[in-house]
Each structure stands twice: as C-alpha cells, then as structure tokens.
Design a protein around this ligand. Structure first.
Ligand code: S3P
Length: 443
C-alpha cells in the first residue's frame, strides 16, 4: 500500500514476490511516431495500442492545434485506439497560439522537422524542464535546410520556427547519437528534393526508419546511417504499437531484486535498439530472457522473463551500446548498487540533458543509500554492495523526472523498509499506472 500527501509519496515494500504474466503500456517512442506521422499523412490512419500518458497527450494536442483530426478512444486495457486524419499535401494550419509540448522532448523536436516544409510561423514552448533542454542540435541542421528560427542561434525553448516550401536536402553528421535529432532531419528531408542522410556516432533507436516505409516513404538504413528520398508525402496507414521496453525494464529489474520473483512481461517491443538493458542484466548474471512472439509492422515483439537473482556482478557497458539503454541507466544503476564489484557506464554525457540531469540525480540518490557512485569524465561508476539494506527515513527527489521517480520507488518496493519519493506523480509522463501494476503483481 502507498500513501501520499501533496508532493511526497510513501512507497511501501511489496507484500509478496512478483509473479505471473503481465503487459506494459504502449511504447512511448513508437506512440509519438504513430501519432505524429499520421498527422503528416494524407488520409485516415488507424492506430492502436497507443500509450495514454502525459508525453503522448502533448503530441496529440499539438497535432490537433495544427489541424489534424484525432478520434481516439480509451480501450479496456488503458491504451488509445482510433483514427487520425492528417493534413497531407495541404500542410498544417497556422496555429493562433504557441504549441506547448509540456515535458515532451520528442514532441518538440519532432515537430520542428514536421513543420520545416511549411511556410507557417509556429511558436513552440514547454514546461520548465523542457525549456532547459538543448534544441540547437535540431535547429542547426534544420537551418542548413532553410528553416528560420527566432531567436536566431538560441539553444532552448521558447522558439519560433518559420519553414520553407523549398527545403534543401542535406547529409548531416550528427555530433551525438540522438533518435530525436535523426528523426527531425529525416522528416524534413521527406519534403526536400533529393536524398537527406543522417549519420550518427553510434546507432540510436530506429523506429522512424522502420515506420516511414509503412507510410510510403522511400527510406534506407544501415547501422548508424539513415536516408530518405524526397520530395514525397506520407500516406495514411495502420499502426499497432507494442509494449514499451523502457517501462518493462522497471518491472524486470524489480523481479531481479525481489526474492522469489518470476515475472513474464508479454507483448513488449524487442527491437534490439531498445533492449540493451536485457543484455546488461544478463552480463550482471541476472536470470532474464526474451522470446519473440510476433511483429507489428517491422517492429518485433515478445516476452521478457525476469527472475530474482541472488548474486549479481558489476559489469562495463561500452559507450557505443549506451543508446540501446539510454533511458534505463537510472534503473540499471540501482541494480548495480546491489551487485558485487564496480559497474561502469561509458560515455553517458547525454544523461545530463534528459528531463533532468540524470547523472547528478543517480549519484545523489545512490549516495542516500550509502552506495559509492561517481562520475569521471563522461563515465558513471557504481560500486555495488551485495546485501545492501535500505537506511531509515530516506526521501528521494524525483526532480519531476518519471524515470527517476520509478527508479527510487523500486528501492521501497523491493527493499526492507518504506522510502519517500518527492513528486512521484511525474510517472504520468510514461507509465501512469506503474504503482498499481507492480502492486497487483505481488502475490
Ligand atoms: C527518444 C529518443 C531518446 C530517448 C527519449 C525518446 C525518441 O532520446 O532518450 O526518451 O523517441 O526518439 P535521444 O533523441 O537523445 O536519442
């Protein structure tokens, strides 16, 4: 049972181990793309399994403001399904007010690419966290393609963008691996004459490259390089969204930490660009496995099984693998805190510019637990303590970051005493029913 007052939630230890089979809500990245690409498309797209969360609602509100017609209904399993009629060749309408992307970096950054081909002036803003996150990584390549931004050269929201009907295609060597950057440039590239190519230092998640051909766009992708050939217009299609591996990771890590647990998480995306956390858990010696059961379009899905593991060992994750588990570093850091030896995440500087500075937040939170965790250059080190006990009276700060809220909640849920989490409510961004789901599985 968990009790809460205004902004502090007390998370109590689960009453039993985690058992049985479950599903997790739709994948956040794929849901954003299903919604946003359908808005760009000509015709009526059918979408199902769409995540109903704060971030995806930001994308839905944005496309409605831009003239797409959204008719999605809540399903018995909590997902959204229905139709989206896009603006197609006519383009979006000129919105009368700024588009507020809330906490959603994906909405803000992908929108910039979507709006690039249209001569509308659109102001984009977001909440306090989003207004601190870097945007020059998107505005720089889009400016090369002909888009104007005001204030010119600004790195943060709020920003106004004016697109152009004569976009130039580019070959862009991205300075960091970012699926949002890659997607924004490729979406603009759909409307530019010729081939637009993005290369990245190591491959980021590839949902865009897998989904654009479903919308009729000629796309090529090999590890670390993706191209689209323009000009073209997306054509409506049907998309079914599989479960979110990033949400499944919290349940899987909880099962690994909680004695007696055996949990099967079904219908989860098993895209290799997303399940680096399974490989890391395996490397730590955890009992975890995957089984493919099907595919939605080109996205494979299946079951992740995770069981309690008594002896975990520290491991090293090389920089080129970080993109495959970038959103799971906080929860994997918590698992590493219980492992024998040191775990090293190499090249995790991108964590500094997520919903909050997740590197600082992880070392702060593990410090409260009495675990040595430190940053050296761009690497994160955690010295595990097998048999670690939770001290009394811990209050973790989620920093209004959904993934930190769930990470610190796991300390209370799988530990020996309750903990408190400030602003736990931020879980609504990606997994609104996280606590109810995990409590239901404790039997
Ligand atoms: C996302 C890409 C990742 C990830 C984010 C969602 C996406 O960020 O951290 O939660 O849907 O494209 P990057 O753009 O930094 O890869």
């Amino acid at each position: 049972m968990s009790t809460s007052d205004e902004s502090i939630t007390t998370i109590h230890p689960l009453r039993a181990s985690l058992q049985g089979s479950t599903r997790v809500p739709g994948d956040k990245s794929i849901s954003h793309r299903a919604v946003l690409f359908s808005a760009m498309a000509q015709g009526l797209s059918k979408v199902s399994g769409v995540l109903d969360s704060g971030d995806v609602q930001s994308s839905l509100a944005a496309i409605e403001q831009l003239g797409a017609r959204v008719d999605l209904k809540k399903q018995p399993d909590g997902s959204l399904a229905g139709t989206i009629e896009g603006w197609g060749a006519a383009g979006p309408v000129q919105p009368g007010t700024p588009i507020d992307c809330g906490n959603s970096g994906t909405t803000a950054r992908l929108l910039m690419g979507m709006l690039a081909p249209w001569d509308r002036e659109v102001a984009i803003t977001g909440d306090d966290s989003l207004c601190k996150r870097p945007m020059r990584r998107i505005t720089a390549p889009l400016m090369k393609m002909g888009v104007r931004f005001v204030p010119e050269g600004a790195d943060t929201l709020p920003l106004s963008l004016t697109g152009t009907r004569s976009l130039k295609s580019i070959t862009y060597h991205a300075p960091m691996s970012s699926a949002q950057l890659k997607t924004a440039v490729l979406l603009a590239g759909v409307y530019a004459k010729g081939t637009t190519t993005v290369t990245e230092p190591s491959p980021s998640r590839n949902h865009t490259e897998l989904m654009l051909p479903e919308y009729g766009i000629e796309t090529t992708a090999v590890s670390g390089t993706a191209s689209v050939k323009g000009p073209g217009v997306l054509k409506a299609c049907d998309v079914a969204v599989p479960g979110d591996p990033s949400s499944a990771a919290f349940l899987a890590c909880a099962a690994v930490l909680l004695p007696g647990s055996v949990l099967h998480i079904e219908g989860v995306s098993l895209n290799t660009a997303r399940i680096g956390f399974v490989r890391t858990l395996e490397q730590m010696g955890a009992t975890v496995s995957i089984r493919h059961t099907g595919a939605e379009g080109k996205e494979p899905f299946g079951t992740i099984t995770a069981s309690h593991t008594d002896v975990l060992r520290g491991c090293e994750i090389p920089a080129e693998k970080i993109a495959t588990l970038v959103d799971e570093v906080p929860v994997l850091s918590l698992v590493a805190a219980f492992a024998r030896g040191v775990t090293v995440f190499r090249g995790v500087e991108e964590l500094r510019v997520k919903e909050t500075d997740r590197l600082a937040a992880v070392t702060e939170g593990l410090g409260l637990l009495g675990v040595d965790a430190w940053i050296d250059g761009n690497d994160l080190f955690i010295e595990g303590q097998p048999g670690l006990r939770v001290p009394e009276g811990l209050v973790f700060d989620s920093h209004n970051d959904h993934r930190l809220a769930m990470t610190w909640a796991l300390v209370g849920l799988t530990g020996n005493r309750p903990v408190q989490v400030a602003n736990f409510d931020s879980v609504k961004i990606s997994y609104p029913r996280f606590l109810q789901d995990i409590e239901r599985l404790a039997k």
